[in-house]
Design a protein around this ligand. Structure first.
Ligand SMILES: [Zn+2]
Length: 173
């Protein structure tokens, strides 16, 4: 096929492709933003410095590369031809570290969502997945908030509907 593009046209095309070809994390951020969620990035002071933090929902999001974090997908199943044991060990360490980070966050009453790189390739599928996960978070929210706060105003505000839970919480203490 004859290349009909001038050098200038081609470089413009490449720039357009590059700007569309954003990193998985940026794709997740844009999707959340479009859905109206507000968040912070790489918040310090939280275990594991999550990629995206939805403070209001007490939810931390990690965006994981499929290879490095050993996703059960075709990208995660790749075995490097050279030094396979070295990479296997490295990736195993990453899995353990991911588990430790998530557990530490859960222990503090945070919800943890993992988004895999392969799940960010289709914008509509990504959007639907985030809607579903955030719906689950919102369903769990009231109980988590009560556990996570000692703010008397908030406890009072939930008193009418949350008395039963509150009593249970107090028994547990
Ligand atoms: Zn994957």
């Amino acid at each position: 096929m004859v290349d009909v593009h001038s050098a200038e046209q081609r470089s413009r095309n490449m720039a357009a492709i590059r700007s569309k070809n954003t990193s998985p994390e940026i794709r997740v951020r844009s999707a959340l933003h479009a859905l109206g969620f507000r968040f912070r990035l790489h918040k310090k002071g939280l275990p594991g410095k999550p990629d995206i933090v939805l403070q209001k929902h007490r939810t931390a999001i990690f965006v994981h590369g499929c290879f490095w974090h050993s996703h059960e997908c075709r990208y995660g199943a790749v075995t490097p031809a050279t030094r396979p044991q070295f990479w296997a060990d490295k990736r195993y360490d990453t899995i353990l570290r991911d588990e430790r980070k998530s557990q530490a966050l859960r222990d503090l009453g945070w919800r943890v969502i993992t988004v895999w790189e392969c799940e960010t390739k289709n914008p509509e599928a990504l959007r639907l997945m985030l809607v579903q996960k955030m719906n689950e978070v919102e369903k769990l929210e009231p109980a988590q908030k009560r556990r996570a706060t000692n703010d008397p105003k908030r406890i009072k505000a939930t008193d009418a509907t949350g008395r039963g839970h509150q009593a249970l919480d107090e028994e547990a203490r």
